[in-house]
Design a binder for this molecule. Structure first.
Ligand code: IDC
Length: 368
């Protein structure tokens, strides 16, 4: 009898151990921590912003929140006042999933003569916020670009810029996705780094940082963002800023690359927040080999780059052909009530960006 009780007790003990093993270890609720850590680590997507978080700089390098190097690659919109329709949630999703972009730049022109922010502040802000929301939903970094150009000196609309970035950085104080580009391309012989751009940047940086201390800020440089050596010789004394260098493959080559080398040797981080495959006009022939040389150089040096531009304007820098057209809600309602399923397929094809790529679009997709 005693032997039987001992056998039953041993059997119950073994069953108990097996039960605990399956319940806790296999279901990953484990009190056995080594197994658990391994599985959790497998589940972390190291490319997602919930992991990479707030970007920062160390020397010339861009890093994620964990101090690991990171390179952003993506596309810039054209002026959002002209080509807002192509920037949809679905298109950004496609660009993220199948083109592998991890950043999208919102080029918000400022000049009132081109219907920019100064002429239409409320509409411009609404559009920016809509696109930032897409980026948040899609786990993309997004650059809010104060796109000065013909309004060549950032001092011209400094007050409006302060108000705009104050509002944006309050709104996105807890959003690591958002990167602030405070002036696209300062230009003109009287627009100097020391007297115009640097003092503007210092004021804007303190406006943004008081609301959002961890933000990454892109500072435009003189000469349409070619004057990076001026910034390197007289940098802004604050962490987590990168300096913009812009190139167009038909116009800028070795000379500009050696300026980037100069900056990097001085521990100045460079961010190519705009680049193109044409000459600086954004139109005319494309320079595929020169552009590829640039991309190889940037990738080898882990420098982030953003391509101009994601739009369907009839110019050779565009990713999409002018025939690309967005299906409107009315069209889709008509389709759902009055057409057969084959016709729906035919009609819905209109929204696939990959069917409307320019030569430029095909090349850029292959490089992202
Ligand atoms: C160009 C656009 C073009 C538009 C022009 C003026 O491609 O359609 O008519 O601006 O608004 C830049 C600027 C960028 C330019 C681009 C090409 O940041 O706004 O876009 N470029 O010229 N710097 C160097 C080149």
């Amino acid at each position: 009898m005693k032997k039987i009780i001992i056998c039953i007790a041993i059997f119950a003990l073994i069953m108990g151990i097996i039960f605990i093993y399956f319940k806790l270890v296999k279901n990953n609720n484990s009190i056995f921590s080594s197994e658990k850590t391994e599985n959790v680590e497998e589940n972390i997507n190291k490319n997602s912003i919930s992991y990479t978080g707030w970007l920062k700089t160390s020397g010339a390098e861009l890093q994620n929140e964990h101090g690991e190097k990171i390179q952003l690659k993506g596309l810039s919109s054209h002026g959002i006042q002209w080509f807002p329709d192509v920037i949809t949630y679905d298109n950004l999703k496609e660009l993220k999933e199948n083109w592998h972009i991890n950043v999208f730049r919102i080029a918000m022109y400022t000049d009132q003569n081109v219907n920019g922010y100064i002429a239409h502040p409320e509409e411009s802000k609404a559009l920016v916020k809509e696109i930032v929301q897409y980026a948040k939903d899609l786990d993309l970094y997004v650059i809010i670009d104060w796109h000065i150009l013909s309004d060549n000196n950032p001092q011209i609309y400094k007050q409006q810029s302060i108000e705009f970035f104050d509002e944006m950085s309050r709104e996105y104080a807890d959003t690591p996705n958002v990167i602030y580009e405070i002036c696209n391309e300062p230009n003109g012989y009287d627009v100097k780094w020391e007297t115009s751009v640097k003092p503007y940047a210092e004021e804007l940086i303190s406006t943004i940082r008081k609301n959002c201390p961890k933000s990454l800020i892109i500072v435009g440089t003189t000469e349409w963002c070619k004057g990076i050596k001026n910034a390197a010789d007289d940098p802004i004394n604050t962490p987590n800023i990168v300096y913009a260098c812009h190139f167009y493959a038909g116009s800028h080559r070795d000379e500009l690359r050696s300026k980037i080398d100069y900056c990097r040797e001085k521990n100045i981080p460079i961010f190519v927040s705009e680049c193109g495959i044409t000459d600086a006009t954004g139109n005319g022939r494309i320079y595929e080999e020169e552009f590829k040389k640039w991309i190889e150089y940037l990738n080898n040096n882990n420098i982030s780059w953003v391509f101009w531009s994601f739009c369907n304007k009839d110019e050779s820098s565009s990713i999409l052909t002018p025939e690309y057209k967005i299906q409107t809600t009315n069209e889709s309602e008509e389709i759902s009530t009055e057409t057969t399923s084959e016709q729906v397929d035919e009609n819905t094809e209109v929204v696939k960006i990959d069917d409307y790529l320019t030569e430029t679009g095909i090349i850029i997709k292959s490089l992202l």
